[in-house]
Design a binder for this molecule. Structure first.
Ligand code: PMP
Length: 288
């Protein structure tokens, strides 16, 4: 494996950054997780634009233009001869001193890892996940906007740990008012009758790129997704539920907080979207 750090390539053993990098010291940085299907990078422009927005919101100056980052990603895929895989793009504030202020960080650090990911074993795509709502809230937009994909994932990590303690595979995070936002690393959709719902981004969710693709696939099928504030009750009485994310793609949910969703099996909408998504993802993307 060849890992890109600031314009150079390193082996896995040698890919190291400074202990004075503020990405490590303070979680000061941004990132993207990107998929490669069939030697094409999926939704690359969308990921780069979201990275740019995250960096802007944190006043973090990207060390390269988006075109240069794109070229570095494609070159990293070529060097690693990636057929299907997962790319982790990380931009940290860079090397500074032990103080909190980024004043001394003169240049952001950029890292590209072209590897692989398996978020859930295959059986969960056939049988569905068990999820729970957890005590840790999603970040409040008044504190740190949940739309920023920053290196500060601690409340999502707490949520993940809390879910695992309950024997669940994913954890649903609520906002400070008790509305459903998303999972620790995935967005949420439900179906009730003929209607499909998802929490709006302003509920406190990341503007997921898989979420956007799924909204578009639903639209192409002649239906539409309504963005609506959802409570736990809405989840309990849903006929179907599924999660979306770059790593997870589309994964069915069959149980929430001990309540069985629908008939306890992945629903028809979920199954048709899973197939449509896989097909779409294999056809689209930036070749390298
Ligand atoms: N929510 C959170 C908190 C995430 O970290 C992610 C990405 N893993 C998602 C949702 C899904 O977003 P995307 O479809 O862009 O991967």
């Amino acid at each position: 494996m060849q890992i890109y750090i600031d314009g150079q390539y390193y082996s896995k053993e040698d890919a190291k950054i400074s202990v004075f990098d503020h990405g490590l010291l303070y979680g000061d940085g941004v990132f993207e997780g990107i998929r490669v299907y069939n030697r094409k990078v999926f939704q690359l422009t969308e990921h780069l634009l979201r990275l740019q927005d995250s960096a802007r919101a944190l006043m973090l100056k990207l060390p390269l233009t988006l075109n240069e980052i794109e070229e570095a990603i494609l070159e990293c895929c070529r060097r690693n001869n990636l057929q299907d895989g997962y790319i982790r793009l990380v931009v940290t504030r860079g090397v500074g001193n032990l103080g909190l202020s980024p004043d001394k960080c003169t240049r952001a650090t950029i890292i590209i890892i072209a590897g692989s990911i398996e978020l859930y074993p295959e059986k969960y795509y056939r049988e569905g996940l068990k999820v729970v709502t957890v005590p840790t809230w999603r970040n409040s937009p008044a504190a740190l906007s949940p739309a920023i994909k920053s290196l500060n994932y601690l409340n999502n990590i707490m949520a993940k740990i809390e879910g695992t303690l309950c024997g669940a595979q994913e954890s649903i995070m609520l906002n400070s008012e008790g509305y459903v936002t998303e999972c620790s690393g995935d967005n949420i959709f439900i179906r009730k009758g003929e209607r499909i719902y998802t929490p709006p981004i302003y509920a406190g969710a990341l503007d997921g790129i898989t979420h956007r693709v799924v909204m578009e696939l639903v639209k192409q099928s002649g239906s539409q997704v309504e963005e609506k504030m959802l409570t736990r009750y809405d989840l309990f009485v849903a006929d179907e539920m599924f999660l979306t994310g770059t790593g997870a793609e589309i994964v069915p949910v069959v149980e929430v907080d001990g309540r069985i969703i629908g008939d306890g099996k992945p629903g028809r909408l979920t199954q048709s979207l899973m197939a449509a998504y896989r097909e779409y993802a294999h056809q689209h993307g930036t070749p390298f």
